[in-house]
Design a binder for this molecule. Structure first.
Ligand SMILES: [Zn+2]
Length: 496
């Protein structure tokens, strides 16, 4: 008996020990290696002065209205004049072009014309403030008040701080006699909040027509986030390397109508409901790449249990996936998502609807595209009585959606350069690549650049982020200073 037991037990114990060692070894090798980099020689920047300049920019109401005819063009000209006044050296040394009346493109010619240029982007426009929310603002949204350690107002975070931060950095570098090796473009669109068609897209067309390709673009995007991941005690600086695509589809169904006392088994409304139900029950397949890249980069700052799980997805993949899918934010990083956002049909309670329609909004993961998303929705609904087409168009051509932007390679030297400067500027933070879930101007640059990065160099909490496009948007004076320090270091390091 004893001998039989030992025949079974010994191999079993050996197997368990071997498996345990294998899991631990994989866990130990999981974190992405953190390079050894020297600390930053922080440039001397007066945060209070930067905050005052940002306040001046906030006072100018460059609001993006959906109705372009109502766009306050004069305000954009006023902002241009403010930039000229605040940054005279920049305006003397850089070549400025105005694109489509309001957008700005500056060129700072580098010493070496052989090197591909880089571009820093931000946008001049801001979203409107809802009339009904005015009483909830501690300081009025367009006063640009500097108080209690913050600059308050619309655009303080999104993203006049980018325009001011970049201009301050260039002015500072010019004062110090710096000239970049690479040519540097500064691009400030005027309609990012409307999709960037007349601003960033036109700037890209202009550069393209001149045969310009860019080594790197750094635009607004994700930031240094506090308390971003459960169990991670340090802030995480998220550099978004890709951006999701966008597609709205209209589902419609027709039926004969008539009296609701003698209904068919499915009314037009019922067919649409069934289609939506199928779509919600059959989500797009998950791709763990972005999440695993994120967790690998957070590395040893991740709780040990999470490192163990994500290092051994072959074993724990199912458990991990369930957890990630449970939260909307991580689920959206895993897959193309789909949300039924509009529905209508029927005119009276006792009349069969002749027509019903719904709109589903899809956010497409890099690696998939408009066509594959459209086809997935059609295959999943699989009902000849429900017609599906892109919203506002019969075909995918000419729609207002767009393909996802491909993610930059994490070994691209320009990514590594940006990552290095982020580490130096925010030594307290872990630095990780991420996926931009919302839309920014930067997607337009993917046409002329393989390394488009989305990063706002300020450190914030989830509460701060909720103020963007909301009430009491504000940026700390400390962040005003850090942003300029970052842009100076970035230009020295990645263009110098
Ligand atoms: Zn923005």
């Amino acid at each position: 008996m004893n001998q039989v037991l030992s025949y079974i037990l010994i191999p079993l114990v050996v197997l368990v020990l071997f498996l345990g060692a294998f899991i631990l070894l994989r866990t130990a090798r999981f974190p992405r290696p953190v390079p050894n980099i020297p600390p930053l020689e922080r440039a001397e920047v007066d945060g209070e002065k930067v905050a005052q300049h940002l306040g001046e920019a906030i006072r100018i109401r460059t609001i993006s209205n959906m109705d372009l005819a109502n766009n306050n063009g004069g305000a954009f000209f006023e902002l241009h004049r403010l930039l000229e006044r605040l940054y005279p050296k920049t305006h003397a040394a850089l070549h400025k072009e105005v694109v489509n009346e309001y957008s700005l493109l500056y060129s700072w010619v580098g010493r070496d014309p052989e090197l591909e240029p880089i571009l820093l982007a931000s946008h001049q426009d801001v979203v409107p403030v809802e009339e009904s929310s005015l009483n909830d603002w501690i300081y009025p949204p367009f006063e640009g008040r500097v108080a209690d350690g913050f600059v308050w107002g619309r655009g303080s975070m999104d993203i006049k701080c980018g325009v001011i931060g970049i201009m301050e950095a260039v002015e500072h570098l010019l004062e110090a006699g710096f000239q970049p090796e690479r040519t540097v473009y500064l691009a400030f669109g005027h309609d990012e909040e409307l999709g960037g068609k007349n601003g960033a897209s036109a700037i890209v067309q202009l550069l393209k027509s001149r045969g310009v390709t860019l080594a790197s673009v750094l635009d607004e995007g994700t930031a240094v986030m506090e308390n971003m991941l459960p169990g991670v005690k340090v802030p995480v600086a998220l550099i978004s390397t890709g951006e999701k695509g966008y597609l709205s589809l209209e589902l419609s169904s027709e039926s004969a109508g008539g009296h609701s006392a003698m209904p068919p088994s499915h009314t037009a409304v019922g067919k649409i409901a069934q289609a939506i139900n199928r779509l919600e029950a059959n989500p797009f397949p998950p791709h763990k790449r972005f999440i695993v890249d994120l967790f690998r980069s957070v590395g040893s700052d991740l709780p040990f249990g999470m490192q163990l799980i994500f290092a051994n997805m072959w074993l724990f993949g199912g458990v991990a996936l369930k957890k990630l899918e449970a939260a909307p934010a991580t689920n959206a990083t895993l897959r193309t998502t789909l949300a039924a956002t509009m529905i209508e049909g029927g005119i009276k309670d006792n009349i069969l609807p002749r027509k019903a329609r719904a709109v589903v909004n899809c956010r497409i993961l890099p690696g998939e595209d408009l066509r594959s998303t459209y086809e997935h929705v059609m295959e999943t609904v699989n009902n000849g009585e429900v017609s599906i087409k892109p919203l506002g168009s019969d075909t995918l051509e000419g729609i207002s959606g767009w393909d996802p932007s491909p993610a930059a390679d994490l070994n691209n030297p320009m990514y590594l350069c940006a990552e290095r400067v982020v580490r130096q500027t925010f030594p307290q933070a872990a630095v990780a690549p991420f996926l931009m879930l919302g839309a920014t101007d930067s997607r337009h640059y993917a046409h002329i650049c393989p390394c488009v990065l989305r990063f706002a160099p300020y450190q914030v909490t989830a509460d701060d982020i909720s103020r963007v496009h909301g009430v009491n948007e504000r940026l700390s004076i400390e962040n005003c200073e850090t942003m300029v320090v970052f842009y100076i270091a970035y230009l020295r390091e990645c263009a110098g």
